[in-house]
Write a protein that binds this ligand. Structure first.
Ligand SMILES: Cc1ncc(COP(=O)(O)O)c(C=O)c1O
Length: 406
C-alpha cells in the first residue's frame, strides 16, 4: 500500500521523528478502539509483557502460569524477573489452556496467570477469572495473535486485568516489530507507564534499519516470495545485518543488554494507521478462513467448529497434518506461505526448552500439536490465487493427521 511505503521512507529520512506526538496518537487510537484501558507502546510485544510483570511487582519465588504452547519470548520476561513459569497444557481443538487445567496449577505462589488467544481462537478468560479473582490473582491476556476478536461481543484484550499485543512482521497488523500493553486497572496502568518512561528509545540506527526493512517488505514480500524472503532475512539477521525479531541473546533465560526499548516513531505512525483500519484487515482474515473452512473438509481434514458467540478472525489457519516436516520442506518449491509455528512447546525449535523450565512430556497435547500443526496465511496480501495455490499445495502434499484418538 502506498501510504505504508511512504511512511517507511519517512522513517528512513527522519528515524528520530516526533516520538512523543506519534506515540500519543497511536496510544489514544488503541484506547479508543478498545473503549477501556490505558495503552503503552513498546519496541516489541515481549517488552510490553515485561513492563506489565514488572508493574505487578513480580520477583524471585513467584510463579506465573503460562501456556505450554507459546513463543519462548513469553517465558523470557518471567525468568528475567527471577520468577518461575508454570506450564499448563492446551486443549486440542483451539490450542488454548482450559480453565480447569489452569485452576489445578494455581499454588500459593501464583502471582499472575497468562492466557493466550492462540492463532486468534479465544481462550476461556472469563472462566479463568472465576478462579483468579477469588484468589486475587491478576490475569494477563496474550493477544499477540488477535486484534479485534470478540466473545459475546466483548473484545479480547479487555477481559483480563491487562493484555499485550504484538505488531511484529506476521502479527494481526504489522509495524515490523512492535508491542502494546493495554491495562484495565488505573493503578497498574500508572506503573506500566512509569516502566515505559524508564525505557530508552530504540536507537536511530535501529529505527532507520527497521524503516528500511518495512520498505523492502512492502515492495517485495508477497505470499509467493515469503519463503525465500524469510530465509534471506534469517541469514541477514544471524549476521547482524538487519534488525531481527529476536537476538541470539534472547534465547537465554537472562535479560540481554539493551532489551528494554519504547516504540520508534515509524512504528507508532504505522500502528496508528493500521488500528484505524483494522476492520478491513479483519475482513480479509475472515474471508481466507472461510475459504479454508469450506475447502479443507473436502480434502479429508477435520476442523473444529468455533462456537457461535465467537467472532474471532484468525491470524493463521492451523491444520493438523501427518507429514509436517515434508510439508514444510515442500512449501518453498510450491511458492506458498506455510507457517511452522509452534514448532515445540516453547517455539522455535532451536530453543533450549529446559533452560526455560520446560521438561519434555509435561504438556503432551501441546507436543503433539507442535508435531502436527502447520498454519496457512489469512493476511491482506493473500488473494484468491494464493488461496487456491495454498489449497492445491495442501491437496498434493499434506496428509491429514489422525484425529480419531482425540
Ligand atoms: C503468542 C505470542 N506471544 C508473544 C510473542 C512475542 O511478541 P513480540 O515478537 O512482539 O515480542 C509472540 C511472538 O511471536 C507470540 O507468538
Amino acid at each position: 500500500m502506498l501510504d505504508r511505503t511512504l511512511e517507511a521512507l519517512r522513517g528512513m529520512v527522519w528515524p528520530g521523528g516526533d516520538a512523543v506526538g506519534a506515540r500519543a496518537a497511536y496510544e489514544r487510537t488503541v484506547e479508543a478502539y478498545f473503549g477501556s484501558g490505558t495503552a503503552c507502546v513498546f519496541w516489541k510485544g515481549r517488552i510490553a509483557l515485561y513492563a506489565i510483570l514488572q508493574a505487578l511487582g513480580i520477583g524471585p519465588g513467584d510463579e506465573i502460569i503460562v501456556p505450554g504452547y507459546t513463543c519462548v519470548m513469553v517465558p523470557g520476561p518471567v525468568l528475567y524477573l527471577g520468577a518461575k513459569p508454570v506450564y499448563v497444557d492446551i486443549e486440542p481443538r483451539f490450542f488454548v489452556t482450559p480453565a480447569q487445567a489452569v485452576a489445578a496449577s494455581v499454588s500459593p505462589r501464583t502471582k499472575a496467570i497468562l492466557v493466550q488467544h492462540t492463532y486468534g481462537f479465544a481462550a476461556p478468560v472469563q472462566e479463568i477469572r472465576a478462579t483468579a479473582d477469588a484468589r486475587g490473582i491478576p490475569v494477563i491476556e496474550d493477544c499477540c495473535h488477535t486484534f479485534g476478536g470478540r466473545v459475546n461481543g466483548r473484545l479480547l484484550g479487555t477481559l483480563g486485568h491487562a493484555a499485550f499485543f504484538s505488531a511484529q512482521w506476521n502479527k494481526p497488523y504489522s509495524t515490523g516489530l512492535g508491542g502494546v500493553a493495554l491495562v484495565q486497572d488505573a493503578a497498574l496502568a500508572k506503573c506500566v507507564r512509569a516502566e515505559q518512561a524508564a525505557c530508552p528509545p530504540a536507537s536511530r540506527g535501529a529505527a532507520f534499519m527497521l524503516a528500511a526493512q518495512l520498505l523492502v517488505h512492502e515492495l517485495f514480500v508477497y505470499p509467493s516470495t515469503t519463503a525465500l524472503a524469510t530465509r534471506l532475512f534469517r541469514w541477514l539477521s544471524r549476521h547482524g545485518l538487519v534488525v531481527g525479531s529476536s537476538s541470539r541473546a534472547e534465547f537465554e533465560p537472562v535479560m540481554p543488554a539493551g532489551y528494554l526499548r519504547t516504540a520508534a516513531p515509524v512504528q507508532c505512525r504505522l500502528g496508528h494507521r493500521e488500528v484505524a483500519r483494522i476492520a478491513a484487515n479483519m475482513a480479509c482474515r475472515k474471508r481466507a478462513a472461510e475459504f479454508y473452512r469450506t475447502e479443507l473438509p473436502r480434502l479429508g481434514f477435520e476442523l473444529s467448529a468455533t462456537p457461535p458467540h465467537w467472532d474471532t478472525p484468525l491470524l493463521r489457519f492451523p491444520v493438523r497434518v501427518a507429514n509436517k516436516a515434508a510439508a514444510l520442506a515442500e512449501a518453498a518449491r510450491y511458492s506458498v506461505e506455510i507457517g511452522s509455528w509452534f514448532e515445540c512447546p516453547l517455539h522455535p525449535i532451536e530453543t533450549d526448552q529446559a533452560a526455560f523450565g520446560y521438561r519434555a512430556g509435561i504438556c503432551p497435547v501441546a507436543e503433539r500439536a507442535a508435531a502436527e500443526v502447520i498454519n496457512l496465511p489469512t493476511h491482506r496480501r493473500v488473494g484468491p490465487r494464493d488461496l487456491q495455490r495454498t489449497l492445491e499445495f495442501v491437496q498434493k502434499v499434506c496428509r491429514p493427521a489422525d484425529t480419531a484418538d482425540r
